[in-house]
Design a binder for this molecule. Structure first.
Ligand SMILES: CC(=O)SCCNC(=O)CCNC(=O)[C@H](O)C(C)(C)COP(=O)(O)OP(=O)(O)OC[C@H]1O[C@@H](n2cnc3c(N)ncnc32)[C@H](O)[C@@H]1OP(=O)(O)O
Ligand SMILES: CC(C)C(=O)C(=O)O
Length: 518
């Protein structure tokens, strides 16, 4: 395997966790670390062990359990920090100690209160000590992009002479701009040399340029990129891993270098990190946002229907994201609308389609996003005009729950002409009620999905149930609300059945071949 590839150093669990508002416990960090290993990152920076006993323990747990990537712990140049980092990472098959100190004038003078010589002294003793403990030592020159390039090169040369194997040039405060940064990076690299060293880059997003600067450094010769899932991190965040990886892959001809990332894990990893950190992925986020593969504009939708490559530079399946979607809204055109109607099983004449399209646009002005259920209702009620008058209504129900959660239900329904009741047992009260309803109406639709949620937060909250049922290849959705969740569930089921009957009738499908009871 070629040695010329871009190593992905993931720092979601260290710099990512420095995001104000994120605090992961050891088990959550471990779960993310396993996922990062499946993704194929080369290095996991699992934490800053000297920060707290909890972080030291999390790094130890990850080092002990997660195989594949190197496990790094961050450390100041202080001996006690390095020792603590070593005690945590030593449990890994591939331990790395990552030592840093600032090299910019402003940091040295005002923060560290050290002279250049003192900083060089810190680098010498820290890197030498770290290297006496592990063979894999990374040195970072914090605020490198704002450092005097001559001094920066001197600091890096010293770190390499003392045994550092990776030299990392961070744009700590997100100040760099790509063109300037690639020149800066290339010059420092040239001054120090590349012999046996991996050059690394670490960018922050204060000006929204973290990924651009990272890619500029790769172009200049960086072969390790430090980044986080979803771009989380201190202040405006770090360079986003998924964006860097997909830029390198999609524009391979430009960069000429690969990563070892298994990109189909990008989307699941992003969702796991979002769930555990509570940092929701914005819908328009590149690569992993909900809208990254959605198209709303008619002209785009038409293009995508002709050939996805007209508006998609990546395939959603390559990043593990759901299939691309055409979202119908007021910007959609006839092509996408007509396609959706066909996929719902309707074959309209040109005239019917034109009429439906006008009604659809009106509906969009009122509703924003129009669901498939809305379109079905529009076709059945307004275009085909043969909607059934039959609809079932709940009159009454009784529930009892036995040992082990078994339930029995009696349900009373009317169809406007007759009233019928029946009883059934089931796996819980809702299942029993649905079975009783099936006995009354004489068909057994498959329950495709069932969701219940509270509409407000008080204990007397209204519960809303949403069910999707399927019968004879027709999908129908129903909703029901009540302060009693069982009643909400029953109402949703009946609502779905009424919708099913309407659609079937509009399509000329007989749902009740024997006879319709009730
Ligand atoms: C750019 C980055 O992201 S760097 C990583 C930043 N991450 C973190 O800071 C998270 C973890 N940090 C912590 O938990 C704490 O800051 C600790 C445990 C490391 C230190 O806590 P404290 O001892 O209370 O010090 P405090 O954080 O207030 O100040 C930092 C001290 O470290 C010194 N320092 C800062 N960077 C370095 C360094 N790389 N090497 C050596 N000393 C350093 C500062 O000069 C200051 O020294 P002083 O206490 O003698 O004035
Ligand atoms: C420790 C270093 C790599 C860092 O996080 C930064 O400079 O932003």
């Amino acid at each position: 395997m070629s040695d010329d590839y871009v190593r992905v150093f993931d720092t979601t669990l260290r710099d990512g966790e420095q995001s104000p508002g994120i605090n992961l416990n050891a088990q959550e960090k471990l779960q993310i670390a396993y996922q990062l290993a499946a993704l194929g990152v080369d290095v996991i920076e699992a934490g800053f062990p000297a920060a707290s006993p909890g972080d030291a323990e999390a790094v130890r747990l990850i080092a002990q359990s997660v195989k594949g990537p190197a496990i790094a712990g961050l450390s100041r140049t202080r001996q006690e920090d390095i020792k603590t980092a070593f005690e945590s990472v030593k449990h890994s098959d591939r331990p790395r100690i990552h030592v840093f100190i600032a090299t910019s004038d402003i940091h040295m003078q005002y923060k560290l209160k050290m002279t250049k010589d003192q900083v060089l002294g810190e680098i010498r003793s820290a890197v030498t000590y770290a290297r006496s403990l592990v063979p894999d030592v990374e040195f970072s020159a914090e605020d490198g992009s704002r450092s005097d390039p001559k001094f920066l090169a001197q600091a890096f040369r010293l770190a390499a002479d003392c045994g550092a194997t990776t030299l990392n040039l961070p744009d700590t405060v997100g100040y760099a701009i790509p063109e300037e940064f690639s020149g800066f990076f290339a010059n420092v690299m040239k001054e120090v040399g590349t012999n046996g060293l991996v050059w690394s880059v670490h960018c922050h997003d204060d000006l929204g340029l973290a990924v651009a600067n990272t890619l500029a450094a790769v172009k200049a010769g960086a072969r390790q990129v430090e980044c986080t899932i979803n771009g989380i991190g201190e202040r405006a965040g770090n360079a986003s891993l998924e964006e860097i990886v997909m830029a390198l892959k999609t524009r391979r001809e430009h960069f000429g270098v690969d990563t070892h990332i298994n990109t189909i894990h990008l989307y699941p990893t992003s969702r796991l990190v979002a769930r555990l950190t509570g940092f929701v992925v914005p819908p328009n986020k590149a690569i992993v946002g909900d809208n990254a593969f959605s198209h709303e504009a008619g002209i785009h939708q038409h293009g995508v229907l002709c050939d996805k490559r007209t508006y998609e530079i990546m395939r959603p399946q390559d990043v593990g994201a759901p299939e691309s979607k055409l979202v119908l809204g007021k910007h959609s055109g006839r092509h996408a609308f007509g396609e959706r109607i066909k996929s719902l099983g309707y074959h309209l004449t040109e005239e019917e389609l034109a009429k439906a399209f006008v009604l659809f646009k009106d509906l969009c002005d009122k509703k924003g996003i129009v669901s498939d259920g809305d379109i079905e209702a529009l076709i059945v009620d307004e275009i085909l005009g043969n909607a059934t008058k039959k609809s079932f209504e709940l009159r009454d129900f009784m529930i009892s729950i036995g040992a082990g959660g078994r339930g029995s239900a009696t349900v009373v329904l009317t169809d406007g002409e007759k009233t019928n009741s029946d009883a059934a047992t089931g796996n819980g009260p809702v299942d029993a009620a649905y079975k009783a309803i099936q006995r009354i109406i004489g068909i057994e639709p498959e329950l495709v999905s069932y969701k219940i949620s509270a509409v407000s937060e008080r204990s007397d909250a209204v519960g809303e149930a949403v069910v999707v049922i399927k019968f004879k290849e027709i999908l129908a959705q129903g909703r029901g609300a009540s302060t009693d969740v069982i009643e909400a569930s029953i109402k949703a089921y009946i609502n779905a059945i009424n919708r099913l009957v309407q659609i079937a009738e509009a399509r000329g499908i007989n749902l009740f071949p024997q006879c319709v009871p009730a």
